[in-house]
Design a protein around this ligand. Structure first.
Ligand SMILES: [Zn+2]
Length: 275
């Protein structure tokens, strides 16, 4: 069974094993179902930067936070740029970006906090969401890893930042890799394939297979991130991997690739209830 489990309210999947194991934790990934948005953004679009009506996006985001037991004032997000910058949430960051993209945490793809009642969110339509939890120090995080963020090592940088900032060990960190475009659908150029080979070396033979024509490859970006997280010191048994493909499942997800760029965004979310 996939670690991301569909709920009765079908606008979200939940990391139910994590939530059962650690009762303070709330974590999951929204779907495209059950929201207010129309047409290409039908219907649970959580991205304010894609041309949707802002009131609809905010209604969807608010529903996601509130149905999970958090106020919308705590919904905190960044302006994602496919980079590897990571922000440790300060009190003044809480609520950033919830009403307007210009107010989001600037140029950042990774968010970390040890604060309760901060609903961390980041946005996806094919890119890989990475979730982090360090239970001993009560630190949560989420990072946006498309191929650019992946080769910029945002996953390992999240692990290093948690370990250094909170004085813990990678062996005490758990990670989950969420729904995203699968190797079934993710064809990339030899330029991208070369960058993947640079970061994982020999192991690239596990994540790249020949594509539909010369110079094209099918890339398994979930496995690439899993390898990088394992190299960073997370134990193999502590990494959950979703096998849901956003491009195969446009009934359930937005897909930038499958829908030619005009589509909505899902939200990866993680938060801690008061201890
Ligand atoms: Zn697919």
């Amino acid at each position: 069974m996939d670690p991301f489990v569909m709920q009765e309210r079908e606008f979200m999947l939940r990391l139910t094993d994590w939530e059962r194991r650690w009762p303070r934790l709330v974590a999951g990934f929204s779907t495209r179902k059950g929201g207010a948005s129309q047409e290409a953004f039908d219907s649970f679009n959580c991205g304010l930067h894609v041309g949707d009506i802002p009131e609809h996006v905010i209604e969807n985001r608010r529903k996601l936070a509130e149905e999970n037991g958090f106020s919308y004032a705590s919904f905190t997000c960044a302006d994602q740029v496919h980079g590897n910058e990571i922000r440790i949430i300060a009190d003044s960051d809480v609520g950033a970006g919830r009403m307007a993209n210009e107010e989001a945490i600037a140029r950042t793809d990774g968010l970390l906090t040890d604060k309760a009642n901060v609903f961390l969110a980041s946005f996806y339509a094919d890119c890989v969401p990475l979730f982090f939890y360090a239970p001993e120090v009560q630190v949560i995080g989420v990072a946006h890893a498309g191929w650019r963020g992946t080769v910029a090592r945002i996953g390992p940088r999240m692990v290093e930042t948690i370990a250094r900032t909170w004085n813990t060990r990678p062996e005490d960190i758990f990670a989950a890799i969420g729904p995203s475009i699968g190797a079934c659908c993710y064809e990339v150029s030899d330029m991208v394939a070369d960058r993947i080979k640079e970061v994982i070396g020999d192991k690239s033979s596990c994540v790249l297979v020949a594509g539909s024509e010369a110079g094209k490859y099918m890339l398994n970006l979930q496995e690439t991130n899993r390898i990088l997280l394992e190299e960073a010191g997370i134990l193999p048994g502590c990494i959950e991997v979703s096998h849901l493909c956003t491009s195969c499942r446009t009934d359930l997800f937005f897909s930038h690739r499958k829908e030619n760029g005009k589509t909505g965004r899902m939200a990866a979310f993680i938060a801690l209830k008061e201890g």
